[in-house]
Ligand binder design. Sequence first.
Ligand SMILES: NC(=O)c1ccc[n+]([C@@H]2O[C@H](COP(=O)([O-])OP(=O)(O)OC[C@H]3O[C@@H](n4cnc5c(N)ncnc54)[C@H](O)[C@@H]3O)[C@@H](O)[C@H]2O)c1
Length: 327
Amino acid sequence: MKYFITGGSGFIGSHLSQELMRQGHDIITIDNFNDYYDPLLKEKNYEDVKKTAIKYSCFFKLYKGDIRNKELISSIFNDHQIDGVIALAANAGVRPSIEDPLYYVDVNLVGLTILLETMRNNDVKSLVFVSSSSVYGNNKKVPFNEKDEVDNPISPYAATKKAGELLCYTYHALFDINVACLRYFTVYGPRQRPDLAINKFTRLMLEGKSIPMFGDGTTARDYTYVSDIVDGTIKSLNYVMQKDKHIYDIFNLGGSHPISLKDLISTIGEVVGVKPIIEQMPMQPGDVNITYSDFSHAKEVLDYNPKIRINEGIQRFVKWYREETKL
Ligand SMILES: NC(=O)c1ccc[n+]([C@@H]2O[C@H](COP(=O)([O-])OP(=O)(O)OC[C@H]3O[C@@H](n4cnc5c(N)ncnc54)[C@H](O)[C@@H]3O)[C@@H](O)[C@H]2O)c1
């Protein structure tokens, strides 16, 4: 198969591209290498993906460009017979979305609509849209289930993800596009975005710096190791590729074992081998109290079965981080 992945040089997109290649697929990606974090890290991800393409003799092409460039997206679909699409490109950050909501709406929703329109015009019928656990806002009921109401997002980022799910539904209903919307619960592992907690805390500890802890440390996150996310994403891709079925579905992809911020910091400290110096700060607007996935729907329909628990995942991450940075 030939798959088109947006945001293919990012953290998750690069892992997903590599795994699909290992499974024998051809991959086309687009990425604008924006400076939300150091674009050199994305260049490195791209180089790694390229090596995998050579190793497995897959067709691989990266388009350096913006998903909001209608002509470019259209030319990609004209130039290639695309079998399915995975939409990962987005502005992914809760706190910055409060500073610049228009930019988030532009990339996450205008960009998505251009993609959906192009799929419609080219008769491409299978899409995996990557949403987020942040759509649950401060949902009081745990664990979070896909049937819970998600009408109270507390950041523009979360609102764009929820709106993205709705747009996908509209294209499914009108144009028969099969869609799986995936609500990822905080993803970590090698290449994790430097703005995310595990990467940031590891870096600060290895540099002997203090850890800013927002709130009293009792907020909790359900962390998902990147290989489990990639596995769930590919299973959902195979699911929407069934041409004889009419599919719109939403799946939580999480680990279902939330860990408090305090415990996360001390676990990283143990693995890194330092006693963390904590600097307590006020809670940040937009941050939710807890994320906690009920992934029974993904398990039942996709056979999603995450394997890596947080302690092992942090060990793997820190090992990778030390090799990369020589710290
Ligand atoms: N990492 C997580 O914990 C997490 C959790 C929930 C959802 N998600 C979602 O998963 C997806 C991937 O996240 P990630 O952590 O890999 O982030 P990432 O920033 O590493 O990857 C996103 C990639 O998209 C690219 N991109 C952004 N805007 C673009 C545009 N306008 N045109 C072309 N390319 C563009 C970026 O350059 C980047 O390489 C995002 O949609 C994010 O919202 C991530």
